[in-house]
Design a binder for this molecule. Structure first.
Ligand code: FAD
Length: 507
């Protein structure tokens, strides 16, 4: 190490409040010229580089001047659902990437992409190398409640769900957002009507993407193949189906407002679905009340002249269909493709958020060529050694401390279940970081005994032929994507395969 680099690392350690002897133990300037800390720094490993991973790392690094955090991520690129979930026309949401980048560039934080924990390295091996391991990964499959309030099974759980033209929202979102494993999807958008099952924000994201004018989408980071397919799309009508009523929709007002204001579209609601809603309005809590008021206004109010004109000119429609559960996906005469969906008509038992949908004998068939199920996400375990509550689909924990597993913590959707936005994930990740630091201070975690951290893990990975992608490697991918996007007026053109990502990372 050159003299000025050594001096720099000494100065940096001093400004961080560390004493001079620690810098003498330093084994040099590591990846990207980062200062390597003493072997006796508390070493924390974070699994998963979505918001939970980054917010946990950020809080630990800010609150303690000695902690080193290594983030392991299965993909070569960071940021989880911020990159692969958040809709392309929500660039403001993706601004959190700037904060995550600052954390990743911090001298006490390292990123190791392209490392599949549970396959390339076990959680047990990580626990041996680090003082603490924080699980912030998510692997999802879709599920739905078949017997409406009781149990949960994998997939949609209705006959015909394997027909061409039926997709999960997870795959559809992954397809338009460039998730490598979803690029084969190539959904057939040649039909006029699409049915989305589920009425949460993800369902509305999908509806918006299906109906947005192409001029809006082409200025976003949506992938080029998705943009081309959507430009050719014949979908003109999207029905968003929910098993309960207008007072139980799971979306938020921002997403509903975006639908209401979407250019070149008009709402198409069933007035009868809103029976009794006006009377119930006064008893609703404020956020639910505002959401319901907007629904009522959209469904029942006669629009002003300008709005009426806008609606008349619109070439596309969207609408909620309430009190309906899928029973069967209907096939075309050749039994190859989706031709429609049979919906059971439900009645509600109880009221408010807890109201339960009960099937009636009545059914309704809706013609459509595309069915997208957006019923919910659910985590699955990545390593048999991790305690997992398969009923709640979370790692059982107390304030982020994994139960009966000393030194193991969890944050994000794995901790709470797949609910809430990035801000809620931030808060629950900060809570986990606080629990972890309390355990450091109280002696529950034995941080006085040195741990090797990434040194051991990197050696293990090398032996297994796994080459991690560092944050500076990711920055090469980032700059190629931004450059490709500039050529077409987009914020970025995402690389779509792991192979290409690795190739660019290693140039
Ligand atoms: P994730 O973001 O899923 O991150 C988990 C990370 O773990 C991923 O990077 C994954 O690759 C990695 N991982 C998985 N398995 C392994 C493994 N074996 N080894 C190593 N790494 C692994 N919130 C908003 O505020 N605004 C929005 O507009 C918004 N839109 C959304 C749209 C969709 C479609 C979805 C699904 C969610 C949206 N959210 C939005 C919610 C937000 O994305 C979540 O709150 C947040 O991403 C949860 O963070 P997380 O870190 O727990 O999970």
């Amino acid at each position: 190490m050159s003299y000025h680099k050594l001096l720099f690392s000494e100065m940096k350690l001093r400004t961080l409040g560390r004493t001079g002897w620690i810098s003498r133990l330093c084994d040099g300037v590591s990846r990207r010229g980062k200062v390597c800390f003493s072997s006796c720094s508390p070493k924390v490993c974070v699994v998963g580089s979505g918001p939970a991973g980054f917010y946990t790392a950020q809080h630990l690094i800010k609150a303690r001047k000695d902690v080193e955090v290594d983030i392991y991520e299965q993909l070569p690129v960071p940021f989880g659902l911020v990159r692969f979930g958040v809709a392309p026309d929500h660039p403001e949401v993706k601004n959190v990437i700037n904060t995550f980048t600052q954390t990743a560039r911090h001298s006490r934080c390292s990123f190791y992409g392209n490392v599949n924990v549970g396959k390339d390295v076990s959680v047990e091996e990580l626990q041996q190398a680090y003082h603490a391991v924080v699980l912030c990964f998510s692997k999802f499959f879709l599920y739905m409640c078949v017997c409406v309030c009781v149990y949960v099974i994998r997939g949609m759980g209705v006959p015909g769900e394997d027909l061409a033209g039926v997709y999960s929202a997870k795959d559809f979102v992954g397809w338009y957002n460039g998730l490598p494993s979803c690029q084969e999807l190539s959904p057939d958008l040649s039909c006029e009507t699409a049915v989305i099952l589920g009425q949460g924000n993800v369902a509305l994201d999908v509806a918006r993407v299906l109906l947005s004018p192409i001029d809006i989408l082409k200025k976003t980071d949506i992938t080029h193949p998705a943009l081309e397919a959507l430009a050719e799309s014949q979908v003109r009508r999207v029905l968003i189906v929910g098993r309960r009523g207008p007072m139980q929709v799971a979306c938020t007002i921002k997403e509903l407002r975006e639908m209401v204001n979407l250019p070149d579209t008009r709402p198409e609601m069933v007035v009868a679905d809103f029976q009794g809603v006006i009377d119930a309005l006064k008893d609703l809590p404020r956020p639910r009340k505002r959401l319901t008021q907007l629904l009522l206004k959209t469904a029942l109010e006669i629009p002003g002249e300008m709005e009426q004109e806008r609606r008349n000119k619109a070439s596309r429609t969207w609408g909620f269909r309430f009190f309906r559960s899928p029973v069967k996906v209907l096939a075309d005469p050749d039994h190859n493709r989706t031709a429609g969906i049979r919906l059971a008509v439900n009645r509600l038992e109880g009221s408010g958020e807890g109201a339960c949908a009960m099937l009636t004998e009545e059914v309704e068939d809706v013609s459509c060529g595309l069915v997208i199920s957006s019923i919910g996400y659910r985590s699955v375990p990545i390593d048999p050694s991790i305690p997992f509550d398969s009923h709640k689909a979370i790692v059982p924990n107390t304030m982020g401390r994994v139960q009966q597993a000393a030194g193991l913590y969890c944050s994000g959707w794995l901790k709470t279940g797949p609910t809430g936005v990035i801000a809620t994930t931030m808060n629950n990740s900060f809570d986990t970081a606080r629990s972890l630091m309390e355990d450091m201070d109280s002696g529950v975690l034995h941080i006085s005994s040195a741990k090797p951290g990434s040194q051991t893990i990197r050696a293990l990975l090398e032996k297994r032929g796994v080459k991690p992608v560092t944050f500076s490697n990711w920055e090469k991918i980032d700059s190629v994507e931004v450059k490709r996007g500039e050529a077409t007026g987009k914020p970025r053109e995402k690389l779509l395969t792991v192979e290409e990502m690795l190739q660019v990372a290693r140039t």
